[in-house]
Design a protein around this ligand. Structure first.
Ligand SMILES: Cc1ncc(COP(=O)(O)O)c(C=O)c1O
Length: 382
């Protein structure tokens, strides 16, 4: 019997893993009105330029461009760093877009397994793969769930080998390490502003580079490789429209409040599971990935690592039965994709069996979080 009827805390319909924040409608309409006055719909109009400027400040970015999505952001950054067509060390525990960007840029991906505590790329594994693949020209780690990679070790490794690091920071918007934005590490970093993300422009993304000269090159890559009638290089269309940029501008002022509300939901889950603030194990062996020391986490996901795949499957089935839809994020380990030939990465493959992201969004009712936690714990105990 469904208990839907006694759940005023639930949004109508299924409970999905997230629910996109929306700004006050009047704010967005004011931007749309402006777009109707100017007829500037795209090609870096005033909204996109303003968003670019605000983000550069927020992310401590010497060079930043906004673009159409996080996948294209990765592709532009790979081109910027001259990694297209080259061998790149990356992680198998990420969303498939990290890999598809590499493949679209004709790179040869080599997977370095992840650290079992943080679920981010293991620097030791990265070093091992660099030894085995001396032709590798770069490293592409991912700040999984907004947690920080071991940036000290990875950046040092890349410097030692004389190759660049590009961080896929799709999840890491507003996460800070030792007081610095995560976008301040590596040679470049990219974000996704997809609607499922903490901060979004419906679809969108950005590239941040440490070299201030990179902005002009990224602008060319983003817009067909030409300025006026002068064609400089191969480019693509990765521009962000004015309607998308306007959504971002209207959501930015809400960011801090949204993170604070998400923190409260995380606290409810943590308290119910007995999980420590850094992810330390709690009841029924449940834990979260261990957060990097010094991290100000953005609470972009609530990933639970279950003791094994059977328990994860039991919990998922119990939630699904209540029309609550957690996500196997990330599944499969990219080493297991049918169109990829890769050596096994045992940690990534085991974690892909064990992890489930529980529903989390800013204005989620605390009662709903408590109910999901209760269902999860009961099912995990079996
Ligand atoms: C880790 C990671 N990288 C890249 C992307 C691609 O971003 P987009 O969906 O904006 O293309 C995503 C999207 O979910 C992601 O999670």
């Amino acid at each position: 019997m469904t208990r839907k009827g006694c759940r005023p805390a639930r949004p109508s319909g299924p409970v999905r893993v997230t629910r996109a924040p929306l700004p006050p409608l009047e704010d967005y309409l004011a931007c749309v009105r402006r777009i109707f006055e100017t007829h500037d719909l795209t090609n870096m109009g005033e909204h996109a330029l303003r968003l670019e400027k605000e983000l550069a400040g927020l992310l401590d970015a010497p060079a930043l461009i906004v673009c159409a999505n996080g996948t294209l952001a990765l592709q532009l950054a790979l081109r910027l760093l001259g990694l297209n067509g080259k061998t790149v060390i990356t992680t198998p525990f990420t969303y498939v877009a990290t890999l598809s960007a590499l493949l679209w840029e004709s790179c040869t991906p080599v997977f370095a397994d992840v650290d079992p505590e943080s679920l981010c790329m293991s620097p030791a594994e990265a070093a091992r793969q660099l030894d085995a693949h001396p032709e590798a020209a770069g490293i592409l780690p991912v700040h999984v769930y907004g947690n920080a990679c071991d940036v000290g070790a990875l950046d040092a490794l890349a410097r030692e080998r004389g190759i660049p690091v590009l961080y896929d920071a799709a999840h890491a918007f507003a996460s800070r390490l030792d007081g610095k934005s995560l976008f301040a590490f590596g040679d470049a970093a990219t974000a996704s502003f997809h609607a499922t993300k903490l901060f979004h422009t419906v679809e969108g993304g950005c590239v941040v580079a440490r070299d201030p000269e990179a902005k002009a090159r990224l602008e060319l890559l983003r817009a067909f490789g030409h300025r006026g009638d002068t064609h400089y290089s191969l480019g693509i269309n990765a521009k962000l429209s004015e309607l998308h940029a306007a959504m971002g501008l209207c959501l930015l002022p809400e960011l801090a409040a949204n993170i604070a509300r998400r923190t409260r939901i995380t606290d409810i889950y943590d308290a119910a599971f007995g999980i420590g603030p850094d992810g330390a194990p709690g009841r029924a062996g449940l834990r979260r990935p261990r957060l990097a020391p010094g991290l100000e986490w953005n609470h972009s996901y609530y990933p639970v690592i279950f003791p094994d795949g059977d328990i994860r499957a039991r919990v998922a089935a119990a939630l699904e039965a209540e029309d609550i839809h957690p996500r196997r994020y990330f599944y499969p380990s990219l080493t297991r994709l049918p169109y990829v030939q890769a050596a096994p990465c045992p940690v990534s493959e085991a974690m892909a069996e064990r992890v489930l992201c529980l529903p989390l969004w800013a204005d989620m009712a605390p009662e709903l979080a408590a109910e999901i936690a209760d269902l999860t714990l009961t099912a995990a105990r079996g």
